[in-house]
Structures are given as structure tokens and as C-alpha cells.
Design a protein around this ligand. Structure first.
Ligand code: DAT
Ligand code: MG
Length: 149
């Protein structure tokens, strides 16, 4: 089944929003297949955000993501990449719809709480960057038939 990479950024952890954010993905019916609380190295941050390396905000972004621990996760489900992006909301929290994570909790583009892969191919690359295969668990919740036809 489809998988996506999600990370609760340092501001989400510092503000005590880990539980709320995880709950949203759980209650939606997505399946957690990997999760770790970690301090991000500059090397990992620069690889993860390599696509933005020439943007003016790149240095600040790497400083921010390495400043304090994050919660890195992999979630699984039909259409999880696109739906997780909808649940996260627009990049700028001021533009994000209320009801989304960024729309409900964010007030600044440089403190937008959470990362989610933007496409299936990106998700595969990001999962491989952040997790080793043995850190991912393929399993089926016993409630599965009541969530997936
Ligand atoms: P997203 O996280 O929604 O995929 P992105 O990939 O365009 O957004 O940018 C990655 C992160 O970089 C984003 O979450 C916050 C930061 N960022 C993007 N645009 C920015 C800007 N104009 N000023 C400051 N930070 C920005
Ligand atoms: Mg992005």
C-alpha cells in the first residue's frame, strides 16, 4: 500500500503538539509503519531539503530543523500522500485552511510545524533517506476490515 513520510518539526515538538498531530493521522485510518524521535544532523537536513538549496530561506530552514528534536514517521494507506498533504494544509499557515494542521496551529511560514512528502516518488526517496528498512514494520491493525473494504 502507498506510504508517505511525515515529520513533526521542532516547533511542533516544542509546542506539545505531537499527540494531536499523531492522533489526526491515526483517527483518519492511516497505518503507522515507522516512528522515531530524533535530533536531525545538518547532513540529513541538507539532503532532505536539497531541492531548496538555492532559495534564500535554505540556511534558516536547515538551522530550524536541526535546532531541536523532531518526530519522523511513515504512514500507510490508500492515497496517503495526497490526503496527508490536505490534512497538513498550505505551506504558509496564514493561507492554510482552518481544520488543517498548519491552518489550526501555525502563524508563520518559517514555523509551519510539519513536513509531508509531496508526491509518491518523493515519499519513496524521503522514506529511504530517513529510515532503514528494519525500522519500518509492515502490519495490519485488527480493525482493518472496518476501515478498509
Ligand atoms: P512544503 O513544506 O509545504 O512542502 P516547500 O517544500 O515549498 O513547502 O518548502 C519547504 C519548507 O521551506 C516549508 O515547509 C517552509 C520553508 N519555506 C518555504 N517557502 C518559504 C519562504 N518563502 N520563506 C521561508 N520559509 C519557507
Ligand atoms: Mg515540500
Amino acid at each position: 500500500m502507498e506510504r508517505t513520510f511525515i515529520a513533526i518539526k521542532p516547533d511542533g515538538v516544542q509546542r506539545g503538539l505531537v499527540g494531536d498531530i499523531v492522533r489526526r493521522f491515526e483517527t483518519k485510518g492511516f497505518i503507522l509503519v515507522g516512528m522515531k524521535f530524533m535530533q536531525v544532523s545538518r547532513e540529513l537536513a541538507e539532503s532532505h531539503y536539497a531541492v531548496h538549496k538555492d532559495r534564500p530561506f535554505f540556511a534558516g530552514l536547515v538551522d530550524f530543523i536541526t535546532a531541536s528534536p523532531v518526530v519522523a514517521m511513515v504512514w500507510e494507506g490508500d492515497g496517503v500522500v495526497t490526503t496527508a498533504r490536505k490534512m497538513i494544509g498550505a505551506t504558509n499557515p496564514l493561507a492554510a485552511e482552518l481544520g488543517t494542521i498548519r491552518g489550526d496551529y501555525g502563524a508563520n511560514i518559517g514555523r509551519n510545524l510539519i513536513h509531508g512528502s509531496d508526491a509518491i516518488e518523493t515519499a519513496e526517496q524521503e522514506i529511504a533517506l530517513w529510515f532503514t528498512p528494519d525500522e519500518l514494520i509492515t502490519w495490519q491493525p485488527t480493525i482493518m476490515p472496518w476501515v478498509y473494504e
